[in-house]
Design a protein around this ligand. Structure first.
Ligand code: SF4
Ligand code: SF4
Length: 442
């Protein structure tokens, strides 16, 4: 007799995404799988507080005639899918039924499959196309003069109301600023001479700046370079890059993810061949190369090569610290630092390296908050989700307020800004690399 075990004892495995097989796009087959997994979730309900997908599902079940999943109309399944922003937390932090458990629950990738089917059938709205086209929008919005106009318009209440009714971009959401003086214009290319390898690090780093880091937060890359060079790690920019594809993945546009992969992977794989390690300062972009692309393209040797050589910046510095190659000559204490751990960083399973490094700074107390900010890519910016996103952020906002922090930080700077928005008291979120630079006095 087969034994159905409660919970999984083995380390979770992740099955590759069969996104190139025709059955992947079979809607009837999708609904059968959704019903199966929803039924398991209904019996479990562990994830109720993670996001709005699960409460949406459980409300649908509880309000149905049968009070079971079979009483929920199939059309209503889409509302569960729409609230998932693929943070991956349910898979990696909660679910005991993930493979190799025989129930084989992979809730995020089931949501992704549903999004991919919806995208294939309906395409995307103009708003969603604009929000996920970070490279083309960024290129346009960061042209000198245009950036000034865009930033001024985005800060103007009247314009934001028009934008909300015309495009569905919430008038209340924080929108990123655009800089014409991009990171690519600020940083040069380096030879990497003088690098000292240690453990699995080569000691020379090519920065995958990320579209956000290039045009929306260029000072973050400058801070990273200053901190790494202070620790004798030469930093160069990847000679060419485009958006990692995460916003397109969240939309279910898997062909666009493939195009992004085809643009980025050859450049990054060549850098790895030349002896560079890759560092990406935005957790979602690192996750794209570490997890999503390898699951979409498991047989692509270059994808796997980049997966093995890409690091989170704090993971990198702490790996060097093990070999006494991190300087601890901090000059400025930071006081009380509220640190939100971004979901896409948590699921990389590298441990709390940012916190560990911040803790090395004398007279610095860290309040570590492992809860979702509700920002999640473009979710918080969409008018229909903004209020819910702020509700998801509320427990984090309350923790920061209670801690009376001197600094608010998150590796995902957009998450930091969402929390600052919830605080609404003039607090500005800073990237932890900016805080480290400050502590070094660089
Ligand atoms: S992946 Fe994140 S947003 Fe999606 S259902 Fe799981 S916890 Fe919710
Ligand atoms: S995803 Fe897993 S842990 Fe979460 S509600 Fe469903 S079965 Fe439970």
């Amino acid at each position: 007799m087969a034994t159905v075990r409660e919970g999984s004892l083995e380390a979770p495995t992740r099955h590759p995404l069969d996104w190139q097989q025709p059955e992947f796009y079979d809607q009837e087959n999708l609904f059968t799988e959704l019903e199966r997994v929803f039924d398991i979730c209904h019996g479990c309900r562990r994830c109720v507080s993670l996001c709005h997908s699960f409460p949406t599902l459980f409300d649908l079940v509880d309000e149905s005639d049968t009070m079971e999943v079979d009483g929920v109309a199939k059309d209503d399944y889409w509302s569960v899918v729409d609230h998932c922003y693929l943070c991956d937390l349910c898979y990696l932090t909660k679910c005991p039924y993930v493979p190799p458990h025989e129930w084989n629950v992979d809730f995020p990738h089931l949501m992704l499959r549903a999004k991919a089917i919806k995208f294939k059938q309906q395409g995307a709205s103009l708003r969603d196309k604009v929000l996920s086209s970070t490279d083309s929008v960024g290129k346009l919005a960061s042209i000198p003069v245009v950036s000034t106009v865009v930033n001024a318009a985005n800060a103007n209440g009247g314009f934001r109301k028009v934008l909300q009714s015309a495009l569905g971009v919430s008038a209340d959401a924080v929108l990123p600023k655009y800089y014409s003086n991009s990171l690519r214009q600020r940083l040069g290319f380096e030879s990497g001479e003088g690098a000292q390898p240690a453990g699995k690090t080569t000691g020379r780093v090519a920065l995958f700046a990320t579209c956000y880091g290039n045009r929306n937060e260029p000072s973050m890359g400058e801070d990273l370079k200053a901190v790494f060079e202070h620790n004798d790690i030469p930093v160069t920019l990847a000679p060419k890059e485009q958006c990692c594809g995460m916003p397109k993945l969240e939309l279910g546009d898997l062909e666009a993810v493939k195009r992004a992969k085809e643009a980025n992977i050859p450049v990054l794989a060549k850098l790895v061949d030349e002896g560079w390690d890759i560092v990406a300062p935005i957790p979602s972009c690192a996750l794209m190369f570490r997890q999503e692309l390898p699951l979409m393209f498991p047989d692509d040797a270059d994808v796997i090569k980049v997966q093995q050589a890409i690091f989170d910046p704090f993971e990198y510095l702490m790996l060097r610290h093990k070999h006494d190659l991190l300087k601890t000559d901090f000059k400025n204490p930071l006081g009380r630092v509220a640190y939100q751990v971004a979901c896409h960083q948590r699921v990389q399973k590298i441990g709390l390296k940012t916190r560990d490094l911040l803790q090395l700074i004398p007279d610095t107390e860290i309040e570590t908050i492992e809860r979702c900010s509700g920002h999640d890519g473009t979710y918080a910016v969409k008018v229909e989700f903004h209020e819910i996103s702020m509700k998801i952020a509320r427990p984090v906002v309350n923790r920061v307020r209670k801690f009376e922090a001197d600094y608010l930080t998150s590796d995902c700077i957009m998450a930091g800004k969402q929390i600052a928005h919830g605080l609404d008291d003039g607090t500005e979120a800073m990237h932890p690399m900016t805080l480290i630079r400050k502590a070094y006095g660089l």
